[in-house]
Ligand binder design. Structure first.
Ligand SMILES: [Zn+2]
Length: 317
């Protein structure tokens, strides 16, 4: 691939879109952010996605670059083979043929991917999991989801829903999850759940008033309730990750999402709790994500490059 070629990449979230022009070697040469404003409805969101993609392609050409493909990452259930955003709670997609819409609007080959899976792809190939071969990327934010990446490819699943580690049941008598079942991992240990559980038990009213980062801080300062809620989350995460390790036997687990920003306050006790749970399984390396919130955008670009068949080029940089 020539050095002047770029991929138009978009990572569409519930509140914002992270967008970039990405070179075949995985380097972003221009980045942009745009509001999603999902309250406008899915049609308007799709319109914005296409407008932003066209705008980036135009800017690439104006800079003497050649846009060769489009990569789009979206949350929810994604049928990557058909290029359809099947379902999304926070953007409102219901069977949106986003890939075909982008192809007809931009006239460029387009790949559609799942936000966490492509984030895992980027961390495994360009970030904290680089060189590991077998990587489990776990994003802990409002919910918890994972991507199992083997030799640079993320498993999609038969129905586009692989990696829903947040819905592993870890506490049968635990709090009810948004999915309807009790005791799912994300009902105990997502960033949102940690804040909510602390506020509930502290008698502090409004939902979301205390963030997980604040709970971590109060726990580190020695506050007993915060310490208990934080430790419960760590233990639940360790149970979930131990299940993941039993299933996938990875070399490296990369923790991403908002909760990973707690750094050693999370990683140190979690490494210890995971270590306790390992019997004959080999203990994976547990590290924080390296690419921050650009992982989804870079991963969307990688997916598009893979579809063009230029993966080797990128991996040998
Ligand atoms: Zn659940």
């Amino acid at each position: 691939m020539d050095a002047d070629r770029v991929v138009v990449a978009l990572d569409v979230g519930g509140t914002g879109m992270k967008c970039a022009l990405v070179r075949p070697d995985g380097v972003a040469v221009r980045t942009e952010r745009h509001p999603t404003d999902a309250t406008r409805g899915p049609d308007a969101v799709v319109g914005t996605i296409l407008d932003v993609a066209v705008g980036l392609a135009d800017k690439a050409r104006a800079d003497g670059l050649t846009p060769v493909a489009v990569g789009i990452a979206v949350p929810g259930v994604v049928d990557e083979a058909r290029g359809v955003a099947v379902w999304s709670a926070n953007v409102g997609f219901r069977d949106v043929p986003l890939r075909d819409l982008a192809v007809s609007r931009l006239g460029l080959p387009t790949a559609l991917g799942h936000d966490v899976r492509v984030g895992g792809l980027a961390e495994a190939r360009l970030g904290a999991g680089r060189g590991a071969g077998h990587v489990l990327f776990v994003a802990i934010g409002t919910g918890i989801a994972a991507a199992h990446v083997v030799d640079g490819a993320a498993a999609v699943g038969a129905h586009g829903a692989a990696g829903e580690i947040g819905h592993i049941m870890v506490r049968p008598d635990g709090p009810r999850c948004g999915c309807g079942r009790p005791g799912c991992l994300e009902a105990v240990a997502s960033a949102a759940a940690i804040g909510r559980r602390y506020a509930d038990q502290a008698g502090e009213s409004t939902d979301g008033a205390v963030t997980a980062a604040e709970v971590a801080e109060r726990a580190a300062a020695g506050e007993p309730l915060a310490g208990r809620v934080w430790q419960e989350a760590v233990e639940a995460l360790a149970d979930g990750l131990a299940t993941g390790q039993a299933l996938f036997d990875v070399a490296t687990i990369v923790l991403g999402g908002g909760l990973a920003q707690a750094g050693d306050r999370l990683l140190t006790p979690l490494r210890a709790a995971l270590h306790e749970r390992m019997t004959f399984h080999r203990e994976p390396r547990l590290v924080a994500a390296a690419l921050g919130d650009e992982a989804g955008c870079l991963g969307a670009a990688l997916l598009a490059l893979d579809a063009l068949g230029v993966r080797d080029h990128q991996e040998k940089r």
